[in-house]
Design a binder for this molecule. Structure first.
Ligand SMILES: [Fe+2]
Length: 398
């Protein structure tokens, strides 16, 4: 195992109907809440009105910020920060999937950020990262409606600069952990099947990125936990897609999304996320759904590493997680399953043209490479390797 610090202070309330406690929980934190949710999600309107009523009944003023889109943008955060300042907001509540929750975190941090340009808190490049370090944020409360990012239980927020088309993140355990997360499986029944499928793949990707980058002695406990969670998620995605009313299964996947990325099953491994870094470029350029980009990347990565030196972890993953004998077979397994779920399996399906592949790789290089000009992972990859993986994905779209 690698050395690690483990810290996760999030208070979690799990169970059907526990949304009813949001007013009581919010009142413990603040008096004026900014409620951040999607700009265009009419199916969530009844929930938003319910949350507003519960907050006001508990004496918490609710100010709505219906601004989030898939791949939330800095401009949406800036308008939220302005609302916080105009109304002396002392609590930010995220209602929705990872996009709404991540946006709420950036707003919470932006409200106390000591600079007008909140872009300076986002890690858009290793070379000029964190011009002004993030030190404090307003407290947040999360009400997730989508099992995927586990944003309700981690200190990370992903955001896109709509001007430069760069998608990156801020990570700040010192101030971005939500104070409270209410996980209510009853909120998951309205989730459309495509989002449910993409969410399931995203959960697996968070653990798989860690698994294939694991190394060293003393990994049996971590490996076993990771394999167990990934296999359980993969075994239940179809049920979750086909049976929206099955709150036991959808709720279990919501909790799996938290376990995947709250530090429990990844402490002691490297925190590399190379497939995510490539997926972010696809989302930023083509507005591709996050989980779908991970579908395409996982399939291509396992093809790329099928015959490569240093692929022992990919061989182990193929055997232990997918029941296959080679990384290529595991790739084919994912290609068939993810396609059956209704998710894209190739970058060509996002609209990528062959002549754009090199510049995609160069975007990854510019945003996500380390100072020694490689994408951090085991083994490290250079820009030609990244181009080759994108090209492998492109070829799958025939
Ligand atoms: Fe993800």
């Amino acid at each position: 195992m690698q050395n690690f610090d483990f810290y996760n202070p999030v208070k979690v309330l799990y169970g059907p109907g526990r949304t009813n406690e949001i007013g009581i929980e919010a009142a413990k934190i603040g008096k004026i809440a900014l409620v951040v949710t999607y700009s265009d999600a009419p199916y969530l309107d009844p929930l938003i009105q319910r949350v507003k009523g519960l907050l006001e009944a508990a004496g918490v003023q609710a100010i709505l910020h219906k601004a989030a889109t898939a791949n939330p943008q800095l401009c949406q955060a800036k308008s939220g920060v302005q609302l916080c300042r105009d109304h002396q907001v002392d609590l930010v509540i995220g209602v929705g999937g990872g996009s709404a929750m991540d946006l709420s975190k950036v707003i919470a941090a932006g409200a106390l950020f000591p600079h007008d340009d909140i872009r300076k808190m986002i890690k858009f490049s290793h070379s000029h990262s964190l011009d002004i370090p993030l030190e404090k944020a307003l407290p947040t409360l999360m009400l997730p409606t989508l099992p995927a990012t586990g944003s309700e239980m981690n200190p990370t927020a992903v955001i896109t600069d709509e001007v430069t088309h760069e998608k990156s993140y801020v990570w700040a355990p010192q101030c971005l952990f939500p104070q409270t997360a209410i996980i209510d499986p009853e909120l998951l029944t309205t989730l459309p099947r495509y989002q449910m499928a993409c969410g399931g793949v995203d959960i697996v990707s968070h653990i798989l990125e860690s698994y294939v980058n694991g190394s060293g002695e003393g990994m049996d406990v971590i490996d076993g936990m990771q394999e167990g969670v990934m296999k359980a998620v993969l075994a239940n995605i179809v049920k979750a897609i086909e049976c929206p009313e099955d709150t036991a299964t959808r709720g279990m996947l919501q909790w799996a999304s938290d376990i995947a990325i709250n530090g429990w099953v990844t402490s002691g491994t490297y925190s590399f996320t190379p497939m995510h870094q490539m997926g972010h470029v696809l989302s930023a350029r083509y507005n591709a759904t996050h989980g779908a980009t991970l579908s395409a990347m996982m399939i291509a990565w396992f093809r790329y590493f099928d015959q490569k030196q240093g692929n022992e972890r990919y061989v182990k993953a193929a055997r232990q997680i997918f029941g296959c004998t080679t990384p290529l077979e595991a790739s084919q397994w994912m290609e068939k399953k993810f396609s059956d779920y209704g998710i894209q399996i190739s970058i060509k399906q996002f609209g990528v043209k062959k002549e754009e592949i090199r510049s995609l790789a160069e975007d990854v290089q510019r945003i996500s490479f380390s100072a020694d000009n490689v994408l951090p992972c085991l083994p490290p990859l250079n820009v030609d390797d990244i181009e080759e993986i994108f090209a492998l994905s492109y070829e799958l779209g025939q």
